[in-house]
Design a protein around this ligand. Structure first.
Ligand code: SF4
Length: 177
């Protein structure tokens, strides 16, 4: 035990060094999203994440938006627990047979105006799960999709850029959706 304690005191950390923090670029992106949401909705954006059958790789990147590095909460963007409080549904994974009805109910429960963002290659076209017996199809086969954010998985910064594009489109078009 004493040997183990001594070794752990001398050992360097096994984790990788964090990437250099480009806080200015991140802040600019998140603030653009916040401004666009306020122009379109009069308040900040509420997001509900729906896992329709993913491998959870996409969830890890979505969760990263809330970690100490990205911390999008500080810009007023928040994840909510209920679709009834959501403006945007972020849907990941191909839609599995088990999740089809749950996704349809979640979509129906979200108030208008609402937008659906299909996150990841699986959400866009089933990705590596294409042809699986357990899969119904891409997200757009089950609910209307306003934006696809490709990648396996997409990076948190791509998620932010996608949400900004969605809000800018919503501000620029009368009657959207
Ligand atoms: S796109 Fe990639 S990371 Fe996301 S659910 Fe599919 S396999 Fe997993």
């Amino acid at each position: 035990m004493r040997k183990l304690l001594f070794e752990s005191l001398l050992q360097t950390p096994l984790t990788e060094a964090p990437p250099s923090r480009d806080d200015a670029a991140l802040a600019e992106l998140a603030q653009s999203l916040e401004r666009a949401a306020r122009r379109r909705l009069g308040r900040s954006l509420s997001i509900r994440e729906v896992d329709a059958g993913s491998c959870n790789g996409c969830e890890l990147e979505i969760h990263a938006l809330n970690n100490a590095y990205y911390d999008i909460d500080r810009f007023g963007l928040r994840f909510v627990a209920s679709p009834r409080h959501a403006d945007v549904l972020l849907v990941t994974g191909p839609v599995t047979k088990n999740m089809k009805i749950a996704l349809e109910r979640t979509y129906a429960a979200a108030p208008d105006p609402k937008w659906v963002v299909a996150v990841g290659d699986c959400a866009a076209g089933c990705g590596v799960f294409e042809g699986s017996y357990a899969v119904v199809g891409a997200v757009e086969n089950v609910v209307p999709v306003d934006l696809h954010i490709r990648g396996c998985p997409p990076k948190p910064i791509d998620l932010l850029r996608g949400l900004i594009a969605l809000m800018e489109k919503a501000v620029g078009r009368q009657g959207f959706p």
